[in-house]
Design a protein around this ligand. Structure first.
Ligand SMILES: C[S@@+](CC[C@H](N)C(=O)[O-])C[C@H]1O[C@@H](n2cnc3c(N)ncnc32)[C@H](O)[C@@H]1O
Length: 150
C-alpha cells in the first residue's frame, strides 16, 4: 500500500506527511492513532466508524488500486473461479463474512447463488443494499459484527 492510497490519508494527513515513500508505515502510524481514539481492545481499524467507512467505501470501489477490494477485472475472475471450481456451478447458499460493498456476493447472486453478506461498515452495508435493490439480486446484507453473529 502506498501513501497515495492510504485509507487514512484524509483524516490523518498531517501524521502521514513526510512518509510518502513509505510502503505501509503511514497506515501503521495512522491506525495506531485511530486505535487510541476509538480505544476498543483488539480493534486497530475502525471499520464501523461512519466517517472511516465512507472513506473506505471510496477505496473499495476505486479502480486505481487493489488495496481495499480488488479491481473489477480481478473480482470477475475470482468469482468465475469460485463459481466453477469451488461450487461446481451448482446453486449454493453462501455467507460472505466481511463482505464490504458486496462485490463478490452481488456477482455470485447473478450466477444463481443465494448470498448473505455480513459486514459492520455502515457505508458498505448501505451500498450493498442499494445495489441489491437496483439490481434485484435478492442478496441479504446484514450490518453485523461477525464475531457476534449466530
Ligand atoms: C479489506 S475489506 C474486504 C471487503 C470485501 N471482502 C472485498 O474483498 O471486497 C474488509 C471488510 O471486513 C469488514 N470487517 C472487519 N472486521 C469485521 C467484523 N468484526 N465484523 C464485520 N465486518 C468486519 C470491514 O468492514 C471491511 O468491509
Amino acid at each position: 500500500m502506498s501513501y497515495r492510497y492510504c485509507p487514512f490519508k484524509h483524516e490523518l494527513g498531517r501524521l502521514c506527511k513526510g512518509l510518502e515513500t513509505a510502503t505501509c508505515k503511514c497506515a501503521i502510524l495512522s491506525s495506531a492513532k485511530v486505535y487510541l481514539r476509538h480505544g476498543r481492545r483488539g480493534e486497530k481499524i475502525p471499520w464501523h466508524d461512519p466517517g472511516f467507512s465512507e472513506r473506505m467505501l471510496r477505496e473499495h470501489l476505486s479502480q486505481a488500486h487493489d488495496a481495499a477490494s480488488r479491481r473489477v477485472e480481478i473480482i470477475d475472475k475470482q468469482v468465475a473461479w469460485i463459481h466453477a471450481a469451488v461450487l461446481s456451478g451448482r446453486p449454493t447458499r453462501l455467507v460472505d463474512l466481511g463482505c464490504g460493498p458486496g462485490l463478490y456476493t452481488s456477482r455470485l447472486a447473478k450466477l444463481g447463488h443465494d448470498c448473505i453478506g455480513l459486514d459492520f461498515s455502515p457505508a458498505s452495508n448501505a451500498y450493498a443494499n442499494e445495489r441489491n435493490r437496483v439490481d434485484q439480486t435478492r442478496c441479504i446484507y446484514l450490518r453485523q459484527d461477525i464475531r457476534m453473529a449466530d
